[in-house]
Design a protein around this ligand. Structure first.
Ligand SMILES: Nc1nc2c(ncn2[C@@H]2O[C@H](COP(=O)(O)OP(=O)(O)O)[C@@H](O)[C@H]2O)c(=O)[nH]1
Ligand SMILES: [Mg+2]
Length: 307
């Protein structure tokens, strides 16, 4: 789905905190002879930027070999790192899946407060801006105020919504919304769900049920199951990704709040540890603050290649 356009300016703004943790110290390594000592410093830098042990070790090990071979003598440390980081992110399908025949159903899940509802609004707006018809399903019937929060977004964005009473069965709301999506010939159905902890067994089962109901109503649905992870939560997100994957088949990650963290490096840890591609990133609270995750744009913004 040619959904989103990545703009380096927007990401650059959003990632300003991450950049201060990674790019500034990185800049001080610039111009230095790349020897084992420089590599040591780079290793420390990557580890403190939440890039994670797996990615850091993989990159550092390769670089040590190249230093020993004398292959890096005349190279710029930034170019080398850029190449190494990009290599880690290559070969993943980051497109948003689309149904052969409408509607496409996108299920959005995650723990409390990570930005699920906001992300649903963001995706809804992006789709609507491309003249696609969108329907929201307010399947978070658990938390007080959740339905009205999504309803407010729907009204602001001029998007239709299907909802139930607070406390209603979210699977029933999903069923109604899927039926409406078919009846109204909607392009994309976006299903917002309640936040839940992976320790809350009944709630996790409910999510499995929502997924199953969607599939029963719409062929091949949900076409995307996006897990929203909060970029400010660091290593905690890894546990969430693993646990949710045990209940539902997560097809992509929406990494929210990248504007609020100095830990953009978490993208590498998430992909290395879970194998799930980051597909979209949230860089603010406004509905337009969403970007597709494009490795090149992201790495350039992260290490500030353009300045
Ligand atoms: N800075 C920032 N805040 C965000 C982002 N996405 C969501 N939020 C905020 O996070 C809070 C929780 O969002 P909400 O969508 O209600 O989370 P939910 O409980 O997962 O549905 C709200 O204050 C949002 O405005 C983001 O990308 N950046
Ligand atoms: Mg919500």
């Amino acid at each position: 789905m040619g959904l989103f356009r990545a703009t380096i300016e927007a990401l650059h703004r959003g990632l300003s905190k991450t950049r201060s943790s990674l790019a500034s110290p990185l800049a001080s390594l610039r111009g230095r002879t790349i020897d084992q000592e420089t590599i040591d410093e780079l290793e420390h830098l990557l580890l403190t930027s939440d890039v994670g042990v797996t990615t850091t070790e993989a990159i550092i090990q390769e670089l040590r070999g190249s230093v020993a071979d004398g292959a890096l003598k005349d190279k710029d440390i930034i170019d080398i790192l850029r190449e190494a980081l990009l290599k880690r992110l290559q070969g993943k399908d980051r497109t948003i899946a689309v149904a052969d025949s409408s509607p496409t159903a996108i299920l959005v899940a995650g723990v409390n407060g990570v930005g699920k509802t906001t992300s649903v609004a963001k995706i809804g707006k992006a789709l609507r801006d491309e003249n696609r018809s969108v329907l929201l399903a307010a399947a978070d019937t658990f938390r007080a105020g959740a339905v009205s929060q999504l309803t407010t977004w729907a009204e602001r964005l001029g998007i239709d919504i299907v909802k139930g009473e607070q406390g209603a069965d979210p699977a029933a709301v999903t069923f109604d919304a899927a039926s409406a999506a078919i009846a109204r010939n909607i392009d994309v159905l976006l299903i917002d769900t309640a936040g839940r902890l992976h320790t809350q067994e009944p709630l996790m089962r409910q999510l499995t049920k929502i997924q199953a109901i969607t599939n029963k109503k719409i062929d091949g649905a949900p076409h995307e199951v996006l897990l929203v992870l909060d970029g400010t939560q660091g290593q905690n997100t890894l546990i969430q990704a693993k646990k949710f994957s045990e209940s539902i088949q997560v097809t992509g990650i929406f990494l929210s709040k990248l504007d609020g963290t100095a830990r953009g490096g978490i993208v590498f840890a998430i992909e290395d540890e879970t194998g799930i591609p980051v597909k979209l990133v949230g860089i603010g609270e406004r509905p337009e603050d969403v970007e597709p995750f494009d490795p090149e744009t992201f790495v350039d913004a992260l290490i500030d290649i353009s300045r």
